[in-house]
Design a protein. Structure first.
Length: 401
């Protein structure tokens, strides 16, 4: 196969997080002209740590040419330490469970993949459009006509939705979000703050029924810290509410709690960028429709837990590889992409509700979780199970572009 297997194909990707830039790299290397549209005005720099596990994840990172860069940015994720209201440890999950083989901050991962997609050996055929979003998709026999909020309408051969749990592509081409996203009864929020509390790199987690507050130092900048709050709620509209409403919800849910929660809530006064979303699971029966395909969280995401980031990078490699192998014939390529990724992504998505693990809804549930996970045998089983899922499916081989 030559680097021109997809020559003259014009492909639109929605989303410049993780899957989007990874796919842009592989498509451009194989000759496609790629446009990536991203709603945010620039690359998102925040986010908590994400990890890669097993030879399939690491193999794709190596082939993409970013593994060494990511190793140099590793956070070397530590244990997950759970504490009571006075800061005394109740139990701890080992680093092998929390951190995987390579762990980096999401913002660093996005930046590295973005830069890789623009590198000279990627072909120089990737154009990023920030601060815009899709408003319409109309498919014809030989193209997809895309309408944008700000840019002029354009025509593409294929459109890929790598735009997350609340995918605009999925909504426009597959149907309303409610058909595909199942909320699991929790919200999660995270933000950066100065490390005035003297937190260490081992993140501390504090629970009361239905709520968890966690915080730890930024491994690459110990003067900064990261906070993550999880809480049970039936208010699904919070994920789309504005910044002020989300801060208000956090203060209402966590007000009056012990440990360092009051200081963490006070830090919200200075926060201008807040990650906030419902914990949910996506469940479309198909990842493709005509000339349009879904990738990453838009297709198989779980808001928290699992191995969604690694699977998105694998999916980008597979989708581009199948398109190149089929000479750009999308029907054949999409069918093989569906076949490979349903099996691979489906296994780890069977995990339990991560909100219930992090913030059990009752005192009895908290006691049961803590008693169970204090046991070393259970911890070893957890680590073993994540490794077995990560290595179960081998990486398909495609000719070099």
């Amino acid at each position: 196969m030559s680097g021109s297997a997809l020559k003259d194909m014009r492909i639109l990707i929605s989303g410049a997080g993780v899957g989007g830039p990874a796919l842009a790299f592989w498509l451009a290397r194989r000759g496609a002209e790629v446009t990536v549209v991203e709603r945010a005005p620039a690359l998102r720099t925040g986010g908590s740590a994400v990890d890669f596990r097993g030879p399939t994840h690491l193999g794709v990172l190596e082939l993409t040419g970013v593994l060494q860069d990511l190793r140099e940015l590793q956070t070397h994720g530590g244990a997950m330490r759970f504490v009571d209201k006075d800061g005394r440890q109740t139990f701890e999950l080992p680093a092998d469970f929390a951190g995987g083989d390579v762990e980096v901050y999401r913002g660093d991962l996005s930046r590295v993949l973005y830069q890789r997609s623009l590198a000279p050996d990627a072909g120089g055929r990737v154009d990023y459009v920030f601060g815009d979003t899709l408003t319409g998709l109309t498919e014809t026999a030989d193209a997809v006509h895309a309408a944008f909020e700000k840019s002029a309408d354009r025509r593409f051969d294929l459109v890929i939705g790598a735009d997350g749990m609340h995918s605009a592509v999925r909504r426009l081409a597959f149907g309303p979000e409610e058909q595909f996203v199942h909320n699991l009864g929790y919200c999660i929020s995270g933000w950066d703050l100065p490390n005035h509390l003297g937190l260490g790199s081992t993140a501390l987690h504090y629970n009361v029924p239905g709520r968890m507050a966690a915080a730890g130092a930024n491994v690459r900048d110990p003067g900064q810290a990261k906070a993550v709050f999880v809480f049970a709620t039936k208010d699904t509209a919070l994920a789309r509410a504005g910044l002020d409403r989300q801060k208000q919800a956090l203060r209402a849910a966590f007000g009056g709690l012990g440990w360092q929660v009051p200081a963490l809530l006070d830090s919200l006064d200075q926060v201008t960028e807040l990650y906030f979303d419902a914990i949910a699971r996506t469940k479309p029966s198909n990842y493709t429709s005509g000339r349009i395909a879904l990738l990453g969280d838009a297709a198989w995401g779980v808001t928290l837990g699992g191995m969604g980031v690694g699977t998105a990078v694998v999916g980008a490699y597979v989708l581009a590889g199948e398109l190149a192998s089929a000479g750009g014939e999308h029907r054949t390529a999409f069918a093989k992409y569906e076949q490979r990724m349903h099996g691979y992504a489906g296994r780890w998505r069977k995990s339990a509700n991560p909100g219930k693990f992090l913030a059990p809804g009752s005192r009895a549930g908290l006691w049961t979780r803590d008693a169970l996970f204090k046991r070393k045998a259970v911890q070893r089983m957890l680590v073993s199970s994540t490794k077995s899922v990560a290595t179960e499916h081998g990486l398909p081989q495609y000719p070099e572009p």
